[in-house]
Write a protein that binds this ligand. Structure first.
Ligand code: AMP
Length: 402
């Protein structure tokens, strides 16, 4: 299967070729023809499967094709992509811009946490396709900057996360503003009853696509755990990072405060570190991600919400410094690695208090995670933490984050 066999326009094929994609991913193979045919879609797909291109490419094709009306004189958008977070909005906006760069399609990306006026101006200038977080879009509509009366295509991306974040009322309000006849695509990593209810009310005879087994992380990610006292986590992490081949690592903490503290300590240890969490301004988050992507920082410390939807190609390592409370978040976290065919390694540092979370994760995965031995020197460093915090970095053992 190649991209040319979908009958996509030259403009789109050129942009895809520039991305260097050799062949469509499984979700693209299934979704692109269906969306081009005008079908509704219910797709179970995690980040990393190529889902963004799976809905963006056919959408762009339909916007440039014969479907519906041409550009509206008032510049009202014809397609709406709703996403849960600012990061995902920025990322999807960037993908749409890349794939659509030769199509002449005008896009606007709107999300909260930054000034409203510039986004309002962009929407008012006219956008065929709007990428938005629900809250900011409602603000723009209520202030009459955005008009949703001409929407022909709706995408809900990471719908499960939108519901987790409490956006259901905002989504329902927005749905009420859209024309009744339209094509709807719903993407979700997991399928709770709430998602099924939303889908049942939204989708008309949808094609259901499931590219990875439900809630199962990419097979390519090798996962393991270290049982380590809380006081030994820092030394173990420093040990793993110091022993690893100089690769980039995404480290998850549970709290914003914990992320800041850990980043500070790693910085003091001489690692190049950036932090990304909900208290950081949007521009600080974008900067941190850019630094990480450009390989100017080696370690990105992140909390779950902030990391949702991060698109970092070929990220080899994820460390769960603390386990998430919600087992599904573990799946999202390790979904950052092993993407687009690359092997990934995900290790979790688990202290006694986190045993219930580990059990929840293993139940979700349907298997026990292998346990790695904690190096002796890390354990003794944990005991004499204050006197010799980084004794564990002196020698390396098998099973490091490589
Ligand atoms: P997504 O699941 O949309 O977040 O995409 C995950 C990553 O896969 C992104 O970095 C895309 O650029 C990349 N990607 C998307 N489609 C393909 C493809 N057909 N071949 C290789 N990489 C792809």
């Amino acid at each position: 299967m190649t991209f040319t066999s979908f009958g996509l326009s030259k403009a789109l094929l050129r942009a895809v070729a520039e991305q260097g994609y050799a062949a469509p991913t499984p979700i693209q193979t299934q979704a692109i023809p269906a969306v081009l045919d005008g079908r509704d879609l219910l797709a179970a797909a995690q980040t990393g499967t190529g889902k963004t291109a799976a809905f963006t490419l056919p959408l762009l094709q339909r916007l440039t094709g014969e479907v519906g009306s041409d550009r509206w004189p008032d510049g009202a958008p014809r397609a709406l992509i709703l996403v849960p977070t600012r990061e995902l909005a920025a990322q999807v906006g960037e993908s749409v811009r890349l794939y659509g760069r030769y199509t002449g399609i005008r896009t606007a990306t709107v999300f909260g946490g930054v000034g409203l006026q510039a986004q309002a101006a962009a929407v008012r200038r006219g956008a065929d396709l709007l990428i938005a977080t629900p809250g900011r879009l409602l603000d723009l509509v209520s202030q009459r900057h955005a008009n949703l009366a001409r929407i022909e295509f709706l995408v809900l991306d990471e719908a499960d996360r939108m519901l987790d974040m409490g956006f259901i009322h905002d989504i329902r309000r927005l749905l009420g503003m859209l024309p009744k006849v339209r094509q709807n695509l719903l993407f979700s990593a997991t399928f709770s009853d709430d998602i099924r209810t939303l889908a049942a009310g939204l989708l008309h005879r949808p094609l259901t696509i499931e590219v990875a087994p439900r809630n199962t992380p990419a097979e390519l990610v090798s996962q393991s755990v270290y049982h380590v006292p809380k006081t030994g986590k820092e030394a173990l992490l420093a040990h793993l990072l110091a022993c690893g081949r100089r690769g980039q690592t995404l480290v998850f903490t549970r709290t914003k405060h914990g992320a800041d503290r850990l980043a500070r300590r790693l910085g003091q240890d001489g690692f190049r570190v950036a932090v990304i969490h909900g208290n950081k301004s949007q521009s600080a988050r974008i900067r941190a991600l850019a630094e990480f992507k450009a390989d100017r920082v080696q370690i990105l410390v992140a909390t779950d919400i902030a990391a949702r939807g991060l698109d970092i190609r070929q990220l080899p390592h994820v460390v769960n410094y603390e386990l998430p409370h919600v087992p599904e978040d573990y799946v999202h976290r390790i979904g950052r690695t092993g993407r687009a065919g690359a092997d990934g390694v995900a290790v979790s540092l688990v202290c006694r208090d986190e045993a219930p979370q580990l059990r929840g994760i293993e139940r979700l995965l349907g298997r026990r995670l292998p346990v790695q031995p904690v190096p002796e020197e890390v354990l003794s460093a944990a005991e004499g933490e204050r006197t010799s915090p980084h004794a564990g970095r002196k020698s390396c053992v098998r099973g490091d984050v490589r």
